[in-house]
Design a protein around this ligand. Structure first.
Ligand SMILES: [Zn+2]
Ligand SMILES: [Zn+2]
Length: 816
């Protein structure tokens, strides 16, 4: 009996050796084919918890597997270090965000090293350091030059707690701040945007990538393409230069059903169109609307509010005049900020019409409709009625006909709109990348010269949030010289959304120390795009969407030659504890360090893989991890115990060889498909079989040695420390992690097959080749499904089905 496996001492020993030997350093001039396996870098919020390990350990297993398959694998690690949470945490602790962030990084780096992953630490990137954010600023200037970054006044999402604006993507659930759950309100501010909407159509195209359907669906819904028509309504007035108001409608076929017209209270034409006697009421209503959150405004079933402006528009198709109202359920940010009210066919419009006694006119008849009032709005298809010459047309046809008429009259056109808005990237906070422009009273907005980058974040600024950019109060930062006219100017004081930093970090890993460029082009070309990206699905419409946009934008400014950054994407599920999502506020966060110290990193890695299908997540359980630790100890004993060959049995040798090749195949296929749990299950089954072989001593010593050597190799990606120790003790050359992945013999891996005879009422009707391990139920099911057999059964239900194991299935039908 060998000594018990000492996981912690062994892991420390090998981690030190691997680091000293630079085993995981990646070389750009390596001639093996490249494989870029990227896992999302962590946010520097504090400790690494089990959720991080769940994302990272199986990703490392995959990277190690590709490495053994002969690829030059880049699997880097870094830190997403700017942004609100770090800043808020620093403020609440009374320390500088830089100090807080760097302290967290030290701790997290130590924790990440304890995973025993293949990270090449010489390539680490940290987004809050000037050597990195210099290039974030440089990209900003590139987008600005290309017209893809612009400054505009717009109603924006405002979080009163975080005291900053938020991108639409950061408003979640019921209109809450993604960071702090505070209800978001609207503010009219001048802000910086990235023109992501220019890429709306291209962002819907996933033909070049292998991504999970649910992520593609979430992004597709977020981009929100809808087809319809832009229709122009003229304002009824004496003036020959009549004002026109454009609306976008997905239902031009309902135009005869328009009984009112609604503008968003923020619409620029409101004051011009307000009749003098309506002014007081309109002003009061607008002031009230400013205090409402967007999500309340558009909620279905909420009591509708609004006021009439006392003016009218004319329907461009029917010629009817309809009153103009303003109502808060119409948002300024979507479409044109105006809608045609069609209460018979839109639920919100119907609620509004009922509240204010406006007429409801059915123009699309549901099937079997006989002219009665509808109890609720009917948005479905039907036949056009009350629609003049269009009556009787199916509505889809009518829609086309009305679009054609609008285009002919010059009063509208077929159009497509998107839910996607431009990405708001400026933040009124301290802890972010300064936006590299200056404001000059003579020249306007002037970009900082490239050679003057980085614009450094002043370390001595007062960073506590005030609702305005803290940098405004840092005079030494603000005062500068205009790069164009050399007169006095002021620096922009907003910082960038930290999602800008994470939109390009995968490029930086290819040449992290490049001083004269964001990345070395040749190296970038040799590594990109990322072959496999792993991380959380919660990033679907933020990071993953932004990174796709950023890549396309960089392609269009000539910096990249591809438009999709991540060729294949796999998302892990969520790890819960006692059926609850882990969160600091619930106090149920499982810290991995304690388990690493007691049972070793290999046990934590193994348990996280075994807990369930990786893409589904699972429930952390202390007993479960102990079970994995015991199994690793069994493997330890199995490989280390002296093996004594007692009576060699050729059948047992044949069976062992078959099981070895079957296991290699299963582990290979499962790793490729991210099925870590079934991969480990097959290794456990294999070790159980090996225990029986060892106890019986039924195979030769040389076969035994060969089989346990393969077992070590198969375990190397999952339990890298244990595997290295077993390898070393068996006398093989260092390191197991430089060995080739075992190949399997398809012939040997194949199940033994037998011929099953299928009888109907005792007469042979068919024969079929099946695996010898077929179960009774499988054999019976297979027999019943054979075409030949079906012709004899003629749809009758058999009275009995008799199974003679490995030989015959007899289907008995008495009535024949
Ligand atoms: Zn907030
Ligand atoms: Zn100037």
């Amino acid at each position: 009996m060998v000594a018990r496996y000492d996981a912690t001492a062994t892991e420390r020993k090998w981690q030190e050796r691997w680091a000293a030997d630079r085993l995981h350093e990646v070389h750009d001039d390596d001639t093996r084919p490249k494989f870029y396996a990227l896992t999302m870098f962590p946010y520097t919020s504090g400790d690494l918890h089990v959720g991080h390990w769940y994302a990272m350990a199986p990703s490392d297993v995959y990277a190690r597997f590709k490495r053994m398959q002969g690829y030059n694998v880049l699997h880097p690690m870094g830190f997403d270090a700017f942004g609100l949470p770090a800043e808020n945490a620093a403020i609440s602790r009374g320390i500088h965000p830089y100090e807080w962030t760097m302290r967290n990084i030290d701790n997290m780096r130590r924790q990440l090293k304890s995973i025993g992953a293949v990270y090449d630490w010489s390539r680490e990137v940290i987004t809050c350091l000037p050597e990195y954010y210099r290039w974030t600023q440089w990209f900003f200037l590139k987008l600005y030059e290309a017209g893809l970054a612009y400054r505009a006044k717009a109603p924006v999402n405002w979080c009163s707690k975080c005291q900053t604006v938020l991108a639409n993507e950061q408003v979640v659930g019921d209109g809450l701040c993604e960071r702090c759950d505070t209800p978001v309100t609207k503010k009219e501010l001048e802000q910086w945007f990235f023109r992501i909407t220019r890429y709306a159509e291209e962002l819907l195209d996933y033909s070049g990538v292998n991504w999970p359907d649910h992520i593609k669906t979430m992004q597709t819904n977020w981009v929100g393409r809808s087809k319809g028509a832009e229709i122009s309504f003229k304002v009824e007035q004496e003036d020959p230069d009549q004002t026109e108001i454009r609306v976008f409608s997905t239902r031009p076929d309902t135009i005869f059903g328009v009984t009112f017209f609604v503008l968003a209270p923020e619409h620029p034409l409101v004051s011009t169109l307000t009749a003098p006697d309506r002014k007081a009421e309109v002003d009061e209503y607008i002031a009230w609307c400013r205090r409402q959150t967007e999500i309340d405004r558009v909620a279905l079933g909420r009591e509708k509010t609004g006021v009439s402006l006392g003016s009218h528009v004319v329907n461009p198709v029917s010629g009817k005049r309809v009153p103009i109202w303003i109502a808060d359920y119409v948002l300024p940010s979507y479409g044109t900020g105006a809608i045609m009210g069609v209460p018979a066919h839109d639920e919100r419009d119907l609620e509004f019409a009922r509240k204010f006694n406006l007429p409801v006119r059915v123009v699309i008849a549901p099937e079997e409709w006989s002219g009665q009032e509808l109890s609720q709005a009917y948005p479905g298809p039907g036949t056009m009625v009350n629609s003049g010459t269009f009556d009787g047309l199916p509505n889809q046809e009518g829609s086309e006909a009305i679009c054609a008429l609008l285009e002919e009259k010059g009063r509208g056109r077929r159009a497509v709109t998107y839910h996607l808005r431009d990405w708001l990237v400026s933040r009124q906070r301290y802890w972010g990348t300064p936006i590299p422009v200056v404001h000059c009273s003579r020249c306007g907005i002037v970009p900082v010269a490239e050679e003057d980058l980085p614009v450094l974040l002043p370390p001595d600024a007062e960073f506590r949030p005030t609702g305005e950019s803290p940098l405004k109060y840092c005079q030494s930062f603000v005062d500068c010289t205009c790069p164009k006219c050399l007169g006095p100017a002021q620096r922009e004081t907003d910082t960038m959304d930290s999602f800008v930093c994470s939109s390009w970090y995968f490029l930086r890993y290819t040449s992290p120390h490049s001083k004269d460029a964001a990345f070395d082009t040749a190296r970038m070309k040799s590594w990109l795009p990322v072959d496999m990206y792993t991380g959380g699905a919660e990033h679907a419409v933020m990071h993953l969407l932004y990174a796709r946009f950023f890549t396309k934008a960089l392609r269009d400014v000539g910096l990249l030659e591809f438009g999709e950054p991540f060729t294949r994407l796999v998302n892990q599920g969520i790890i819960v504890y006692q059926s609850d999502k882990m969160s600091k506020s619930r106090g149920n966060v499982v810290a991995p360090d304690k388990y690493v110290a007691e049972l070793g990193a290999d046990a934590v890695r193994g348990y996280l893989m075994f807990i369930g299908p990786w893409e589904m997540g699972g429930d952390w359980n202390d007993r479960g991890i102990v079970g994995i630790s015991r199994w690793l100890n069994r493997v330890w004993n199995l490989v280390n115990d002296d093996y004594a060959s007692l009576a060699v049995d050729p059948e047992a040798e044949k069976e062992l060889l078959h099981l070895l090749h079957k296991t290699i195949k299963k582990v290979t296929v499962d790793l490729e498909g991210f099925r870590f749990n079934t991969m480990l299950a097959s290794l456990m089954e294999f070790t159980n079989h090996l225990s029986r072989v060892r106890d019986g001593g039924v195979v030769s010593g040389s076969l035994w040695r060969e089989v346990v050597r393969h077992l070590s190799l198969l375990m190397a990606p999952s339990a890298p420390h244990l595997a290295e120790e077993l390898w070393s003790r068996a006398g093989y050359p260092y390191s197991i992690h430089n060995q080739a992945w075992p190949a399997y013999d398809e012939q040997l891996a194949r199940e033994e097959e037998i011929t099953l005879a299928i009888q109907v009422n005792g007469k042979l009707r068919d024969k079929v080749l099946v695996p010898a391990s077929i179960s009774e139920a499988e054999a019976k099911g297979l027999a019943m499904s054979r075409e030949k057999v079906k012709t004899y059964i003629e749809g009758k239900v058999p009275d009995r089905v008799i199974y003679v194991p490995k030989r015959i299935v007899n289907i008995v039908i008495d009535s024949m």
